[in-house]
Design a protein around this ligand. Structure first.
Ligand code: NIG
Ligand code: FE
Length: 443
């Protein structure tokens, strides 16, 4: 007797499972895509029940609903591991200033840049912020993103940061894309605290972090009780039976933003409250935060443009994922990029992200980020695919349930308008996503 599946994706020219027995893929393992030619995928509920050669799946499963993918590649739904997509307005004016030669950190020091988005975001109503941000998450979904991390950091005072957090959590509840929240109160020093950075850091540690922890803790409990009430309605793999949504703390360790000492205080205070650590490090200046974050069990360290060889070695020997954001360098018109090739060669696990935000990377396309990573950071398409699936999932602690096409994992996958996945890096500027399957449903 065949097992009844709710959906079968049949006879794909190739399926890239990106399967990994041990979480993020490090070093040479980033070349392994788990490619199966002429393959099918059986889905039961919202979970992958089987993936393998078409003949094997056909013997084992039957379904009333079969999608023919004979000229297509199928890959895991993309995981966007680093965004700032909740904000109001835009920075098109700043874009023009930078074209004429203005510098990103100088604009910030003069009260613009991140701080101009802070002004617009503080002024926006929660509804308006939700509307603008939802439209951006729609763009990511159209470009193949099925799981997305989103940061706060344009409020920079308690009420506005909590407003941003509520918008992120509401997107998580209401949008098709799964959303992981990151609290980033140490993103820039707002005008009212200028010159009193240490006091602002105290305020973050003593007021903002406990308030955010309370908001996130109750959301996480609410999500896990929904899961208990309807077993099997989400991921039912054994690894994910104790579902608790991870949430993160992040800092911007940079000249003109926060010092290493201030970042340490924020990260440790948040760790105490149950946050997992992420950090913007070495985007322009190496202030030493990469080492501190890795040694304190960071789930990811992000940017890594100015990271030292010693820190790269430390990263390679750790469980931390290095997230590179080549769209930022591209957007700055730079030809210098984080040394991702070297990092992979030295054994690191690397994820690629757009860093979708209004200033340094107004880009909702992970396929564009992959195309840039291949050209300027010398990733092969196979490495780029792992960098936006299984490794990106590990960079947000979600690899037990998403990031690869494996029995027991959430059925999040993309049917591409090509039979050769390498084309999504090769022919750039085009969206190759023909169909998104999210939690077993065709979107
Ligand atoms: O990752 N570097 C700090 N934060 C963002 C940029 C945010 C902005 O420019 O609005 C980044 O590049
Ligand atoms: Fe960022």
């Amino acid at each position: 007797m065949k097992t009844k599946a709710d959906l079968i994706i049949a006879n794909a020219r190739e399926v890239l499972t990106c399967a990994s027995a041990a979480g993020a893929k490090k070093g040479a393992a980033m070349l392994e895509t788990g490619r199966i030619e002429n393959a099918s995928i059986a889905i039961v509920g919202d979970v992958v029940a089987g993936v393998g050669p078409a003949s094997a799946i056909e013997t084992q499963f039957e379904s009333k609903k079969v999608v023919d993918a004979s000229r297509r590649s199928v890959v895991p739904g993309f995981v966007e591991s680093h965004t700032h997509l909740v904000y109001a307005g835009n920075r098109v004016g700043e874009f023009e200033l930078r074209i004429k030669g203005a510098d990103y950190l100088e604009i910030l020091a003069a009260g613009g840049g991140i701080l101009s988005t802070v002004e617009m975001t503080r002024e926006a109503s929660e509804e308006e912020l939700y509307r603008q941000s939802g439209a951006r998450l729609d763009k990511l979904l159209k470009n193949g993103v099925t799981t997305c991390e989103i940061k706060t950091g344009y409020g920079l005072e308690l009420e506005s940061e909590l407003k941003m957090l509520r918008v992120i959590l509401k997107l998580g509840r209401e949008h098709i894309v799964d959303v992981l929240p990151t609290f980033l109160p140490a993103h820039a020093v707002p005008p009212e605290w200028k010159g009193r950075e240490d006091e602002f850091t105290d305020n973050i540690c003593n007021e903002m972090i406990p308030a955010a922890a309370a908001a996130l803790g109750s959301e996480s409990r609410a999500r896990s009780s929904v899961r208990e009430e309807s077993p099997g309605s989400r991921v039912s793999g054994p690894e994910t039976s104790e579902y608790a949504a991870p949430f993160f703390i992040d800092v911007f360790c940079e000249k003109g933003a926060f010092t290493l000492d201030q970042c340490k205080r924020v990260l440790l205070a948040a760790k105490e409250c149950g946050f997992q650590i992420k950090a913007h490090v070495d985007e322009f200046t190496n202030l030493g935060c990469a080492r501190f974050a890795i040694e304190n069990g960071a789930v990811s360290i992000d940017h890594l443009d100015a990271t030292s060889d010693a820190e790269i070695e430390l990263l390679a020997g750790s469980e931390t994922v290095g997230i590179v954001t080549p769209t930022v360098n591209f957007n700055f018109g730079s030809t210098e990029f984080a040394p991702a090739r070297k990092m992979i060669d030295l054994g690191c696990a690397i994820a690629v992200s757009t860093d979708y935000n209004p200033g340094s990377a107004p880009c909702p396309s992970l396929q564009t980020a992959m195309a840039i990573a291949c050209r300027y950071q010398k990733l092969l398409p196979a490495e780029a695919v792992n960098a936006v699936t299984i490794n990106a999932a590990a960079a947000i602690g979600m690899e037990p349930s998403v990031g690869s096409i494996e029995a027991g994992k959430q059925a999040d996958l993309l049917i591409l308008e090509t039979g050769d996945y390498r084309e999504i890096c090769y022919e750039f500027g085009w969206n190759f996503v023909a169909t998104v399957v999210k939690g077993g449903k065709i979107v």
